[in-house]
Design a protein around this ligand. Structure first.
Ligand SMILES: Nc1ncnc2c1ncn2[C@@H]1O[C@H](COP(=O)(O)OP(=O)(O)OP(=O)(O)O)[C@@H](O)[C@H]1O
Ligand SMILES: O=P(O)(O)OC[C@H]1O[C@H](OP(=O)(O)OP(=O)(O)O)[C@H](O)[C@@H]1O
Length: 215
């Protein structure tokens, strides 16, 4: 295997919040994914490229070795399952929480007490299934790919499981958080074969990320 390295990132907050960590490792991305349509971005290091993929696709690119390493949210990693991935560092970026939310006025506590079978819309089927099973609640999960906040407003679901940061999106849609499932941040994920075969090249970058992340 050559010592060329490919890093998988998603556009937006993960790209933006990973830039300072890359800088700490001496790597500067020389193209901007917000203005360029290119999906393979060069860096100041001819041996390091960044590929731009959907946030939920980062673990897949790394699992199959199409990228040597990447940055993905805990939410995404739990749904992927983490197969083939080494997860050495919590980067403490893209921080938010995963929560259950309902329309203001919906009595979630009494619906649970009465054993009602709730319809829950979410992008995070596995995490949601595990959460409600642990509570002994029977729910019907409806898979969505985005705009979960809309589902209770139009009668698609009684509740949603989604990410919350400032709470602004919930407030803007007259929803309230009724359960905090877990805290979420993004992690560095490394292809297990690359970790062995490219250790010499990867190790200093992982160390710089780790040092920068805990500051
Ligand atoms: N409001 C938020 N504040 C902070 N971090 C967030 C927030 N929303 C999501 N995240 C975290 O950032 C990651 C990337 O989010 P982003 O919005 O870029 O992708 P996405 O739209 O969720 O994914 P995809 O494009 O694959 O559907 C998420 O997986 C999550 O860990
Ligand atoms: O509590 P808040 O600060 O309002 O953040 C929560 C919102 O952030 C995320 O969406 P995002 O902004 O990533 O949009 P997307 O799902 O379309 O990517 C999440 O899915 C919520 O809708």
């Amino acid at each position: 295997m050559s010592q060329k390295l490919t890093l998988a990132l998603s556009k937006g907050r993960i790209f933006e919040e990973t830039l300072p960590l890359l800088k700490a490792a001496g790597i500067v991305v020389t193209e901007d994914p917000e203005t360029s349509r290119k999906l393979i971005l060069a860096t100041n290091d001819p041996l390091v490229n960044v590929i731009i993929v959907r946030a939920s696709d980062v673990p897949t690119y790394v699992q199959y070795g199409a990228a040597d390493f990447g940055v993905a949210g805990k939410d995404v990693l739990l749904e992927h399952g983490g197969e083939g991935l080494y997860q050495p560092i919590d980067l403490d970026i893209a921080k938010c929480r995963m929560s259950v939310a309902v329309q203001a006025g919906f009595d979630y506590a009494s619906a649970i007490r009465q054993g009602a079978r709730l319809r829950v819309a979410t992008k995070y089927l596995l995490t949601a299934r595990e959460h409600f099973a642990a509570k002994g609640m029977h729910v019907d999960l409806i898979k969505l790919y985005g705009s979960m906040e809309l589902a209770p407003l139009v009668g698609l679901a009684d509740a949603i499981v989604d990410l919350v940061s400032t709470g602004g999106t919930l407030r803007a849609n007259n929803l309230v958080e009724v359960e905090h499932i877990m805290d979420i941040s993004s992690r560095l994920v490394v292809n297990q074969a690359a970790l062995k075969l490219k250790r010499e090249r990867l190790q200093p970058i992982l160390e710089a990320f780790e040092k920068a992340a805990i500051q």
